[in-house]
Design a protein around this ligand. Structure first.
Ligand SMILES: N[C@@H](CCC(=O)N[C@@H](CS)C(=O)NCC(=O)O)C(=O)O
Length: 228
């Protein structure tokens, strides 16, 4: 059975959404990042980048949420756009846009707002600005299309949902006012039974919740290593 390595964080939750939407049988394997389990050799053999999510499906090992969504979409043929060059061009572009823009900027915005030891206004402004700009691009796209790729719900919407549902944490409580179209999509997906199951998956395991020194140092190792 497909092994799904997960935590309760945004990137694994997108993959949980796909698995729940399709009903593909899977074995959920918790990896507690606040206890440093992502750095254990057994897990590094699956994802050398020491992050969640990852899957092992027969002899295939896949890590990075966008890659996993694409892999599972191709494997099942579900939640994929038409198999045409035009539709594939859009699929790859928007998946990579989320992977290289939305995720990293939103993640850094949260890091500098909540976890950096000093409040660095320049860093906070840059990352919040860029996260907001990326969500704005999605919002404009969704003003014209029901879903990111057009008329149908696809893996790209799942990839977007993983971060968009956390917009208040990334940009502040009032941020939804700026993205009414993205809010419509996010609310629609969050109301699906599969989304409720994906979000609830973390409750089946007792993940560490404290962001104590052990957690900070294991998730942000640069805090104790000076390289610049
Ligand atoms: N590009 C990766 C990013 C994965 C990622 O940053 N995962 C976070 C949770 S959302 C993680 O495992 N963090 C633990 C750590 O950095 O130690 C993806 O999209 O899957």
């Amino acid at each position: 059975m497909l092994k799904f390595y997960f935590s309760g964080a945004p990137n694994p939750t997108k993959v949980a959404l796909f698995l729940e939407e399709t009903g593909l049988p899977y074995d959920p394997i918790p990896v507690d990042t606040r206890r440093g389990e992502q750095h254990k050799p057994d897990f590094l053999a699956i994802n050398p980048n020491a992050k969640l999510p990852a899957i092992v499906d027969g002899d295939a090992t896949v890590f990075d949420s966008g890659a996993i969504l694409l892999y599972l979409g191709e494997k099942t043929g579900k939640f994929m756009p038409a198999n045409t060059p035009k539709a594939k061009g859009e699929l790859y572009s928007w998946l990579m846009f989320v992977a290289s823009g939305v995720g990293p900027y939103a993640g850094q915005a949260v890091h500098f707002r909540n976890y950096a030891p000093e409040k660095n206004e320049y860093a906070i402004n840059r990352y919040v600005y860029e996260a907001q700009r990326h969500f704005g691009i999605l919002d404009a796209r969704l003003a014209k299309n029901k879903y990111v790729l057009g008329d149908t719900y696809t893996v790209v919407d799942m990839n977007v949902w993983g971060w968009a549902r956390l917009i208040p944490n990334v940009l502040g409580e009032k941020a939804w006012e700026k993205f009414p179209n993205l809010k419509r999509l996010t609310d629609e997906i969050s109301a699906r039974p599969a989304a409720a199951k994906a979000v609830a998956l973390k409750d089946k395991h007792k993940f560490k919740t404290d962001m104590d020194e052990e957690a900070l140092h294991t998730m942000f190792p640069h805090m104790k290593v000076k390289v610049a």
